[in-house]
Design a protein around this ligand. Structure first.
Ligand SMILES: C[S@@+](CC[C@H](N)C(=O)[O-])C[C@H]1O[C@@H](n2cnc3c(N)ncnc32)[C@H](O)[C@@H]1O
Length: 390
């Protein structure tokens, strides 16, 4: 019995033709087609990607508390900028969970801020854009939400936000052999797509390793996310004054390219199963790689963004009020089973192992804002729990 694996034959055919014409394509181009081909890409065509019925969870899909807590940091940013008009730009908003939870929380807890706020979504996927529109109807009708391109944000003052955007950018694959960096290309064979390891010719990749001051160890493979660099430059260019808040899984370069990570971090997700084969389920599975926070910080600094905070998601959430919010939520329910269920769900957001607390990081950069004491950097010893919490 043969097991049929879900894939898009039109996309496979198209890729074979493109590879034939070009004599092989780099992995970043292959990944770009798989995820974002306008007609057949994983993100561009209708599919349930995020949540229980989809292929993966994101923090914002786990519980509304994630967005509610981020809204507290946004309130402080608004105060730091003088409580005037403020734009929150969110790029890669997926199903719109984060936007909805932030706007619901602000409408309830910070109505003055809500009134001064423009929420602008930059979203590549027509399928996600239409889902977001439906989900956010209340806030769209209230005149708060619109969709735009990055360039239309030129001159914005506020906060440029993303959660699991950068890990979805196409990456180049490289490995080091006999002391030399090589780049992985994708070519056709009788068995389908196969890899061809070629001498490195793309200077942007060698420049990248110089920028982050870390290289690959002999025999290791790694990913290079060049799109992350151009994205960071665009964000720095459009932001006149304010903050960039980037949440994603990844590490500083030293850890990302650590000797023990022999095969890099590229992973595919399909119905909550991960695998390391991007050449199967073409157009029907997510492909991601951990991001390099050192690269974002360095390019940011070269383009006028100061690094204000880099920490694990766990510490970020504790700083902005996770414990207090959890206690309040638990105190509102008298059913011990429900309280237990809340704890178990929220645990995923902060657990280091098997959860999202440690591999997920939060980077805050600032332009023309000095070095403020951010709420997220609050020390655990300064956290006051609500009366009756214990
Ligand atoms: C992994 S999902 C993250 C979803 C969401 N932020 C969340 O918290 O659930 C990646 C999102 O980024 C979008 N995306 C990827 N590349 C993009 C780009 N260059 N510009 C705008 N959106 C992009 C995808 O369509 C998708 O909405």
């Amino acid at each position: 019995m043969t097991i049929s694996v879900e894939e898009k034959p039109e996309l496979v055919e198209l890729l074979h033709r493109r590879i034939e014409e070009a004599g092989g394509i780099d992995f970043a181009e292959f990944m770009e087609h798989c995820l974002y081909h306008p007609e057949y890409g994983y993100y561009t065509t209708p599919r349930t990607r995020i949540g229980k019925e989809g292929d993966f969870f994101t923090s914002s899909s786990v519980h509304s508390m994630f967005g509610r807590l981020i809204s507290r940091q946004l309130v402080q940013m608004w105060q730091l900028l003088g409580e005037g008009d403020f734009t929150i730009a969110e790029q890669g908003a997926g199903e719109g969970h984060l936007c909805l939870d932030i706007l619901d929380a602000l409408a309830e807890e910070a109505p003055e801020f809500y009134q001064r706020l423009k929420y602008r979504i930059v979203e590549i996927s027509p399928d996600h854009r239409s889902g977001q529109n439906t989900k956010l109807k209340r806030h769209v009708d209230a005149g708060r939400v619109e969709w735009c391109t990055i360039d239309q944000l030129q001159g914005m003052e506020g906060c440029y936000l993303s959660n699991e955007l950068v890990d979805a950018f196409p990456v180049h694959l490289v490995d080091k052999n006999n002391g030399e960096l090589k780049e992985i290309f994708v070519v056709n064979s009788e068995k389908g797509f196969v890899e061809d390891v070629r001498p490195l010719e793309n200077k942007a990749i060698s420049d990248y390793f110089e920028l982050v001051e870390h290289g690959l160890l002999e025999g290791n493979r790694g990913e290079v996310n060049l799109q992350a660099l151009s994205w960071m430059k665009s964000v720095a260019r459009v932001l006149k004054r304010g903050f960039v808040l980037t949440i994603d899984y990844g590490y500083p370069a030293k850890e990302l390219y650590a000797p023990f990570r022999r095969n890099g971090t590229l992973l595919c997700y399909h119905k909550h199963q991960s695998n390391e084969n991007p050449y199967q389920r073409v157009g029907c599975q997510d492909i991601t790689a951990h991001i390099d926070f050192t690269a974002l910080q360095k390019v940011g600094e070269q383009n006028g963004l100061d690094s204000l905070y880099l920490g694990d998601q766990c510490n970020f959430l504790l700083g902005v009020g996770f414990l207090e919010a959890l206690m309040e939520l638990q105190m509102r329910t008298s059913d011990p089973q429900e309280a237990q269920a809340i704890r178990m769900t929220l645990k995923n957001l902060i657990m280091p192992e098997g959860g999202m607390g440690e591999s997920f990081k939060v980077l805050v950069q600032g332009k023309d804002v000095g070095q403020p004491d951010l709420l997220c950097a609050r020390k655990i010893s300064d956290i006051r729990l609500p009366p009756g919490a214990f």
